[in-house]
Design a protein around this ligand. Structure first.
Ligand code: NIG
Ligand code: FE
Length: 379
């Protein structure tokens, strides 16, 4: 079954040759089959007229923590009154998550994945990290795998309060053994108060030996060695990148590691934003993701992250949209996603607006008119 989408006012392909097309059309099956001027469109089994709307690739949210129970609204309110964010609240969510049933966790993931999809997210990476026991991490990655192909084992989120001794041995041993079959990625929170560089290296190397690919929470709260470790181990992505030295920026620029920026976290912790312009000027590949979690960034909205990236991180609207689509795809090493050239997965958004610029220009407005995954419209 092929579908002709025609009368596209502005088509953002993210393809270096095709660029942004006006008065365009596309033919899709599960993959994009044809893209070009509306006047030259071939026939297809079905046809939809989007009446001049903008079309762009679906958002690829390459960083979220959706398997949890409860929330931390009081912690947020305290931060807005001046309290700092330390990551210490993670243990509050661990207690709530351990106390929840599988069905309660599943329902929460379903709610958030649905919320994200309605806001244009067609691919979402989901991490564990609020279980911190073999049993609770294993059920977290198992439940995540019911919702996405991009599951990340984050047993090394923080050390659990109840069993700190030998925790890295557990994460790199029995816990990894129980989780690896449900995950494609391994992650670690490399930060003061979480795991140091040597521990993080152990966690990621053990994951790699178990067949997982590495990514990392790096340089979020302090200028540690996380980014250098990311490059050393060819992590697909170094996430946060808020505090970077010149050597960190150089290392990223000379690597295949994407810098994934999470402006929802700086917004919700009232912390300084990462310096996106410095990274872009150095030639680093930049992705934007939501970091959706109940502590530091309780938003599932990629349009909100785009608006923040433009307003507060000085990215252009076009750079921000690229980072939220093609950038996320690179952060997940998924060449089939994040662009709309022939052969790409037909994951796309139709906007209730004439241009992708409106995503940042009209913040907080529900501009996602409809979303298709693998060529099928979900609404
Ligand atoms: O990416 N920094 C570590 N992990 C999450 C926050 C988790 C939480 O506060 O519950 C993050 O920001
Ligand atoms: Fe995170």
């Amino acid at each position: 079954m092929s579908l002709l989408i025609t009368n596209i006012g502005e088509l953002t392909t993210n393809d270096p040759e095709l660029g942004i097309l006006r008065d365009a059309a596309m033919v899709v099956g599960e993959r994009v089959e044809w893209v070009g001027p509306a006047a030259a469109a071939p026939a297809a089994d079905e046809r939809v007229d989007v009446r001049g709307a903008a079309v762009l690739p679906g958002f690829v949210d390459s960083h979220s923590h959706l398997v949890f129970a409860g929330d931390r609204a009081p912690e947020f309110a305290a931060r807005m009154a001046g309290e700092p964010y330390t990551g210490g609240g993670i243990r509050t969510t661990v207690a709530a998550t351990r106390a929840a049933t599988d069905d309660q966790l599943r329902a929460n993931v379903a709610r958030l994945v649905g919320e994200a999809l309605r806001q244009g997210t067609t691919t979402i990476e989901i991490k564990s990290g609020y279980g911190l026991s073999t049993l609770d991490e294993a059920r977290s990655v198992r439940i995540a795998s019911e919702f996405t192909d991009e599951v990340t084992f984050l047993g090394a989120h923080v050390t659990p309060a109840d069993s700190p001794d030998g925790y890295v041995d557990l994460v790199t041993g029995p816990m990894l053994d129980a989780c690896a079959k449900y995950a494609g990625w391994v992650d670690v929170f490399c930060e003061r108060g979480a795991f140091d560089v040597a521990e993080s290296r152990r966690v990621l190397k053990a994951g790699i030996a178990a067949g997982l690919r590495p990514r990392i929470h790096a340089n979020q709260l302090t200028m540690g060695g996380g980014v250098q470790l990311a490059v050393e181990l060819d992590c697909a992505s170094a996430d946060h990148c808020t505090h970077l030295s010149d050597a960190d920026v150089d290392a990223l620029a000379n690597s295949d590691t994407v810098a994934t920026l999470l402006p929802g976290a700086e917004f919700s912790t009232r912390a300084p934003y990462p310096d996106a312009r410095r990274l872009l000027a150095a030639g680093v590949t930049v992705a934007l993701a939501s970091d959706c979690n109940p502590g530091s960034s309780y938003t599932s909205s990629m349009p909100f992250c785009i608006a923040l990236a433009v307003r507060d991180m000085f990215m252009t609207p076009t750079e921000a949209v690229w980072a939220a689509t093609a950038g996320g795809a690179r952060a997940l090493r998924r060449p089939d996603l994040g662009h709309l050239a022939p052969g790409a997965s037909a994951d796309l958004i139709v906007l209730d607006a004439p241009s992708h610029l409106h995503l940042a220009y009209r913040p907080g407005v529900p501009l996602i008119a409809s979303v298709a995954r693998k060529g099928t419209f979900t609404s």
